[in-house]
Design a protein around this ligand. Structure first.
Ligand SMILES: Cc1cc2nc3c(=O)[nH]c(=O)nc-3n(C[C@H](O)[C@H](O)[C@H](O)COP(=O)(O)OP(=O)(O)OC[C@H]3O[C@@H](n4cnc5c(N)ncnc54)[C@H](O)[C@@H]3O)c2cc1C
Length: 373
């Protein structure tokens, strides 16, 4: 376990961090680095050994994701999204579908994604309008998914689609979609900052033919299944935000020891130190909440409240303190070889993915109100 995490740390320091500066300015991760990630077993961390994975537990997977995110959140998110589809195939796909796609996911040849969000709906997942209609030899898929991690290059997706009437949460099913199939078109999404290492993009489905067995989760259970799965995602995203904070704090600490101003090192200036101390305290608090969620998810216990609290704490802490940490660096902090600007953008993204912060706050309020009564 520790040997694996040490290897991941070496990969993050030696390969991911140096490349991330280029990714933050629009370059894309190359095939060599993806192959190295695959050789390390990063696409099969929680996949059972019998299926060619490493059979690690959720806690170890989360630590690996966090180590990678300390160097580049986008690259880590891209890897873990492919990993999640590999894991789902092992958990819920018919064996022949699993065996058809799993080897190319584990080898990094094919990337994959989970597609819920649409142009007209994000937070309100029950309102998805992509439809899957039964056809004599299977299903026909129509609609559009947008803001999807790995959307630019993914070969495979689990797509959530409405099988009944619009707005009916119990009518939503989940379908395995080969994104190279006729009728699928894709587009890249750019923001005011580069999205290349995350591969953000979208798809349009125009009467895409799916075999009967492509329906992985039947209507009636897909809505609940995604809400359960999302607790794990919220938890590892929290750990990834903590890792970005930690990387930024370490960089500031090193800089503060060597950069002099008015004849003394920055770290000898009380007001400079006090901002750093605030960030360290916030990180410690956020790590404690995250550890609780990691333990619950790892043990298969109810993590709904803990995962939401962890993500709120970690995202808010990163969004609050990363700008202050950048400020402590002076102009030097803007250089792309330092992680501040890409981690800032990533903290904003983390505030949307797997449940926007407002939505999570409302969830926490509802769950704790229940506990109070
Ligand atoms: C870089 C990136 C990658 C992503 N990757 C994926 C992916 O791989 N797969 C996928 O399916 N989706 C993905 N998403 C989409 C993400 O899940 C959505 O952005 C998120 O669900 C929020 O939806 P929205 O952006 O449409 O915001 P909206 O739902 O339009 O909400 C806008 C704002 O209003 C708030 N709000 C909305 N409704 C309420 C309410 N009832 N109460 C309180 N506040 C509310 C929200 O919190 C938010 O702040 C990604 C997004 C980004 C930015």
């Amino acid at each position: 376990m520790q040997a694996f995490l040490d290897q991941v740390a070496g990969f993050a320091t030696d390969r991911v961090a140096p490349a991330a500066a280029g990714w933050s300015m629009g370059q894309s991760p190359d095939a060599a680095i993806v192959a190295e990630a695959a050789a390390l077993g990063l696409f099969g961390m929680e996949v059972p050994v019998a299926q060619g994975g490493a059979g690690l537990d959720f806690a170890t997977r989360t630590q690996a994701c966090a180590i990678l995110a300390g160097a580049d959140f986008g690259f880590a998110m891209s890897l873990v999204n492919t990993h999640n589809i590999a894991l789902r195939l092992c958990q819920i796909a018919p064996p022949d579908l699993r065996d058809q796609y799993l080897p190319s996911l584990l080898s990094g040849q094919t990337s994959a994604c989970t597609a819920l969000t649409e142009p007209g709906t994000g937070s309100d997942f029950a309102a998805v309008t992509t439809t899957a209609r039964q056809h004599r030899d299977g299903w026909r898929l129509n609609g559009e998914k947008t803001w999807i991690i790995n959307g630019r290059h993914a070969g495979l997706s689990i797509v959530y689609a409405q099988c009944a009437s619009p707005g009916d949460a119990s009518g939503i099913g989940a379908f395995l979609v080969d994104l190279t199939a006729p009728g699928v078109t894709r587009y890249a999404i750019d923001a005011g900052f580069a999205q290349t290492s995350m591969g953000t993009g979208g798809f349009r489905f125009n009467d895409v033919a799916l075999p009967t067995q492509a329906r992985l989760i039947a209507p009636g259970t897909a809505f609940k299944a995604i809400l359960t799965e999302i607790n794990a995602a919220r938890t590892y995203v929290a750990a990834m935000c903590n890792a970005m904070m930690s990387a930024a704090i370490e960089t500031v600490q090193s800089h503060g020891a060597i950069r002099h101003s008015f004849g003394k090192p920055l770290n000898a200036i009380p007001s400079w130190q006090s901002h750093l101390a605030d960030a360290v305290a916030a990180l410690d608090a956020s790590r404690a909440v995250t550890a609780k969620a990691v333990a619950l998810v790892t043990n298969g216990e109810d993590a709904q409240l803990a995962a939401a609290e962890a993500k709120i704490a970690a995202v808010t802490s990163a969004q609050t303190h990363l700008p202050e940490l950048l400020q402590l660096m002076g102009a030097e902090g803007l250089r792309p070889e330092h992680p501040f600007t890409r981690h800032l953008a990533a903290a904003q993204i983390a505030g949307f993915t797997d449940g926007a912060t407002n939505i999570l706050k409302d969830r926490v309020e509802k769950l704790t109100a229940k506990q109070r009564t």
